[in-house]
Design a protein around this ligand. Structure first.
Ligand SMILES: *Cc1c(COP(=O)(O)O)cnc(C)c1O
Length: 407
């Protein structure tokens, strides 16, 4: 057994925006013996998770489960629907949007990258009007897909997916809508069918509270139809054979059985709490976290309050402060992991994850670790973020009111 050199007492605080902490219930479920993936018990497990996961995506159509990280499901979404040389419209919200675009390049697609220039673009969500404008001039319908990230994990900025759908429709354009909600699913409101998404890409290690290793493609009938003519080469990722075998709860290859035990448990937990309650819990913790950041006198990476992420908060450092040095102090002194700034914002900010198996006191511990670490690092803080967050949490009820639709 590898000895991880963690703090000897208490739990490690894994407050990065994925992988998120795996609840004990899920760890225990995954410790059941591995079974025959062609046997009758497996078929029942397969049908259970394939059906349950549809409720999380809010879809009636097939959801593909891959034994792969989220990056694999990105490739599956592109390679099943597109052909070499196809133009795809992507939108630069941050590091993950940029990596998906790089993959499109690597696969022989022609990605066009919309977005604001420089690091400023990494503080805003997708501008649906810019997508509509671009699609209106594409009278020859060369753009085959619009690809956007729902919850940009590198910054803590969400995007309005329903607005992107409306933009495509307003332009009268037939492009497919492909959405990455790898870090949004089961934390932020998401509606695959209602929002008219053709392929939704997601993963296991964020809101679903599982270890890394499972990823998803939720499909639309239009996406399945597109896959019949899509010319990019694919084999492992091909939907058709998987959909066929999934009808009886099986896969064409050996799926990751123990992670599927974990997925079954996660579905019980999330659907047991109620998806709407899960969303309200995330929104409330995120608001408490933002109040802490403001009380410290620091800036939130997301510049548009309408699209604050319920999953994570990006905290910008004052000029001249190295965010990675602050993170290092917090990790070494308090056994607390925070997310690093990536790409264009490397060293400029850190990210506090408040997703998945997170409650009020988990968040308060993380904020206390941050506050102490900022002080030790000599970062001037205006006031106590911990006090501000506590005051908010104490004054607001935890019980979820019915969620209003956030389209
Ligand atoms: C985590 C993440 C990915 C990458 O997923 P992997 O499982 O690391 O391959 C892609 N997009 C977003 C938005 C993510 O949060």
């Amino acid at each position: 057994m590898i000895q991880l050199d963690f703090h000897p007492a208490g739990r490690h605080f894994l407050q990065i925006p994925g992988p998120s902490p795996v609840p004990d219930r899920i760890l225990r479920a995954m410790s059941y013996p591995t079974i025959d993936h062609r046997g009758p018990e497996f078929g029942a497990l397969g049908l259970k998770v394939l059906d349950g996961i549809k409720k999380i995506f809010k879809t009636k159509h097939p959801v593909i489960i891959y034994p792969a990280s989220g990056t694999g499901a990105w490739e599956a979404a592109l390679s099943n629907t597109l052909s070499p040389g196809d133009t795809v419209l992507m939108y630069e919200t941050g590091q993950f949007a940029s990596l998906w675009k790089k993959m499109a390049d690597n696969l022989g697609l022609k990605p066009e990258f919309l977005g604001l220039p420089g690091a400023e673009g990494w503080r805003h969500g997708v501008d649906a009007a810019a997508i509509e404008t671009r699609l209106r001039v594409d009278t020859g319908h060369l753009v085959k897909a619009v690809c956007v990230v729902h919850n940009e994990t590198s910054t803590g900025v969400t995007s309005d997916i329903a607005a992107v759908r409306r933009a495509i429709d307003a332009a009268g354009h037939p492009a497919l809508l492909l959405v990455d909600t790898i870090s949004g699913l089961a934390s932020a409101d998401y509606r695959h069918d209602e929002w008219g998404v053709d392929v939704t890409v997601s993963g296991s290690q964020k809101g679903l509270m599982l270890p890394p290793g499972i990823s998803f493609n939720a499909l639309s009938p239009k996406a399945i139809e597109a896959s019949r003519h899509a010319g990019l080469p694919r084999s492992f990722w091909g939907w058709d054979e998987i959909i066929e075998m999934n009808k009886n709860g099986y896969w064409p290859y050996t799926p990751n059985t123990n992670l599927l035990y974990g997925l079954a448990e996660a579905l019980d937990m999330i659907l047991g709490e109620g998806l709407d309650n899960v969303f309200v819990r995330h929104q409330r913790l995120a608001e408490a976290c933002r109040r802490a950041v403001r009380a410290w006198g620091l800036e939130i990476q997301c510049a548009d309050p309408a699209v604050y992420s319920p999953v994570l908060t990006g905290v910008m450092m004052p000029e001249g402060v190295d965010a990675d040095a602050v993170r290092k102090i917090i990790y070494e002194r308090f056994n607390l992991s925070l997310g690093a700034g990536l790409g264009k914002v490397k060293g400029r900010m850190f990210r506090i994850g408040h997703l998945g198996d997170c409650n009020e006191l988990t968040l308060m511990a993380a904020l206390a670790g941050c506050e102490m670490g900022l002080t030790i690092a000599g970062v001037p803080v205006a006031g106590s973020g911990v006090s501000a967050a506590m005051a908010y949490l104490a004054a607001t009820p935890a019980a979820a009111a019915p969620l209003k639709a956030v389209a």
